[in-house]
Write a protein that binds this ligand. Structure first.
Ligand code: FES
Ligand SMILES: [Fe+2]
Length: 353
């Protein structure tokens, strides 16, 4: 699988990178992260250029220097070798490690996986709400089996909710709905509105608990490479959304390998800010819906595909697939553009919205 390289990927939540060395595989590159003395994050390829020991097995020294745990070469946060304990102590010119542009923003550590000179911090999406004191934000990171493309499909086509999550997020009244697809230079969006429906158990619990009908919206948007923002909520039928309850959720998918991902989720709300029972309920819903239902299904889909690509298997397309198909095409185009090729012609037909 070819990953989009010229993109900001979330590598970790800020508080995952503490005082020591933190390793995570991103786009099939093992990367070691750590904090310099000023608190900024450094990210290096996790392989010593001497005998290829993972640097994450070494030590972080004062001054933000990593000491290789095998023969003791030392490297700074820019990947330059700063100490050689052997021979004359001369530093071989080739003793360098690739460093990856890293920025901590909105409570997350973002890595640029392309050429360092192309890294533009302004291209990081504005997800500041997720770190704002004006919201109560619950969050977590999960390790998932299945490619990031399958997770994008899952999130950009929420018509699976009543079928895969019938006991929590969905129910049998969530069929059809009014759907709208939008696309511009950087974003693909799919907005769904279910009018005057019985709320699902999760939403009923947030909004009175009497099972009264609601209007339920799910507005999800994608930005490259795999950053999904879902505005989801309920209000009384025909009433303004501001009179109801809504949660802004982030679903950020970072490829670990071609067939596994890191899933950074967050759920930010401005109601019941101090309700710790609701905090717990949100974690439980994510655990039961995502860990118990989406992830096992996507892992099974990956296995069922038997190593063939999506295009080779020529999937049947349904109306709600339009957004995920647009994302797949947009990603293909971006990957083709960075490798200087023409975007391959889509092998699957477009679908009607
Ligand atoms: S492998 Fe790192 S110093 Fe030898
Ligand atoms: Fe789901």
């Amino acid at each position: 699988m070819q990953f989009l390289k010229s993109a900001w990927y979330v590598a970790a939540f800020g508080d995952e990178v503490g005082k020591g060395l933190f390793e995570r595989r991103i786009c099939d590159e093992s990367i070691v992260m750590f904090r310099r003395e000023d608190g900024s994050v450094a990210a290096l390829t996790n392989r010593c250029p001497h005998r290829f020991a993972p640097l994450s097995r070494g030590k972080l020294l004062p001054g933000g220097v990593i000491k290789c745990g095998y023969h003791g070469l030392e490297f700074d946060g820019a990947g330059a070798c700063v100490h050689n304990p052997h021979g004359t102590g001369a530093i071989p010119a080739a003793a360098r490690i690739r460093s990856w542009p890293a920025i901590e923003r909105h409570g997350m550590i973002w890595l640029w996986m392309g050429l360092a000179e192309d890294a533009d911090p302004d291209a990081i999406p504005d997800f500041s709400f997720a770190a704002s004191a004006e919201y109560n934000t619950q969050r977590g990171v999960l390790s998932n089996r299945g490619s990031h493309e399958l997770y994008i499909d899952n999130l950009m086509d929420l018509s699976h909710v009543p079928h895969l999550h019938p006991g929590t997020l969905g129910n049998d009244e969530m069929e059809g709905g009014k759907r709208q697809f939008l696309q511009d230079e950087t974003t693909v969006a799919s907005n769904t509105l279910y009018e005057n429906v019985r709320p699902s158990p999760f939403w009923d619990m947030q909004f009175g608990g009497a099972g009264e009908p609601v209007d339920h919206w799910q507005d999800i948007s994608w930005r490259a490479p795999a950053h999904m923002l879902l505005d989801v909520g309920v209000t009384k039928p025909g009433r303004a959304r501001s009179e109801g309850v809504a949660i802004l959720t982030l679903h950020i998918i970072t490829p670990e390998t071609a067939t596994s991902t890191h899933y950074f989720w967050s759920a930010s709300r401005r109601y019941a800010m101090d309700n710790t029972g609701l905090d717990k309920a949100i974690h439980e819903v994510v655990a039961s819906a995502f860990t118990g239902e989406d992830e096992p299904m996507i892992a099974a889909v990956q296995e069922s595909m038997g190593g063939k690509t999506f295009d080779e298997l020529r999937p049947v397309l349904l109306a709600p697939d339009a957004a995920a198909m647009r994302v797949r095409r947009a990603l293909k185009k971006l990957i083709a553009a960075e490798s200087g090729q023409h975007a391959p012609v889509a092998e699957v037909a477009d679908v009607a919205g």
